[in-house]
Design a binder for this molecule. Structure first.
Ligand code: THU
Length: 153
């Protein structure tokens, strides 16, 4: 038996995003300016919108012991987790000013997104942006990570 995965996403111009989506991308852009990325020189910002309209931001945090650093997405998501706010996330935006293409999250961040989205019990709107005039917009982490690791003892 042969199976196929299909990933759906939209390639959109900034102007085609909703006001809330644009605002979140803008917050991610500003957050990238506060990144601590002296080793890669590749700042990344992330922003999340909750169901009550509150927004939170994070950015990548690097370290001389290179593997000790953390991506913007997980810096933000783990903070929200630490505040018990995972269940309220509805939208996530990521911006990397030095990425010519919309930045796409690493596998570890996708795995964390997958589990938290499941906890939130709603598909997240995910917007990825870079220096390009267009962004990628996904609805649901399932489009980013087929065969996610799931462990529910
Ligand atoms: N990085 C992120 O923060 N998010 C991504 O989606 C891609 C990569 C960071 C990790 C590291 O600090 C730098 O970008 C270069 O890999």
């Amino acid at each position: 038996m042969k199976y196929t995965f299909r990933a759906e996403y939209e390639k959109l111009l900034w102007a085609e995003l909703s006001a809330e989506e644009r605002e979140l991308v803008e917050l991610a852009r500003k957050s990238a300016e506060r990144a601590y990325a002296p080793y890669s020189n590749f700042p990344v910002g992330a922003a999340a919108r909750l169901t009550d309209g509150r927004t939170f931001t994070g950015n990548n945090q690097e370290n001389a012991a290179l593997p000790s650093g953390l991506c913007a997405e997980r810096t933000l998501l783990f903070y929200l987790g630490s505040q018990n706010l995972i269940a309220n996330i509805e939208m996530l935006a990521v911006f990397a000013p030095k990425s010519p293409e919309p930045v796409m999250p690493c596998g570890s961040c996708r795995q964390v997104m997958y589990e938290y989205e499941h906890e939130a019990q709603r598909e997240w709107i995910l917007i990825f942006a870079g220096a390009a005039e267009y962004v990628y917009r996904f609805v649901g982490v399932k489009h980013l990570l087929p065969f996610a690791f799931v462990w529910r003892p």
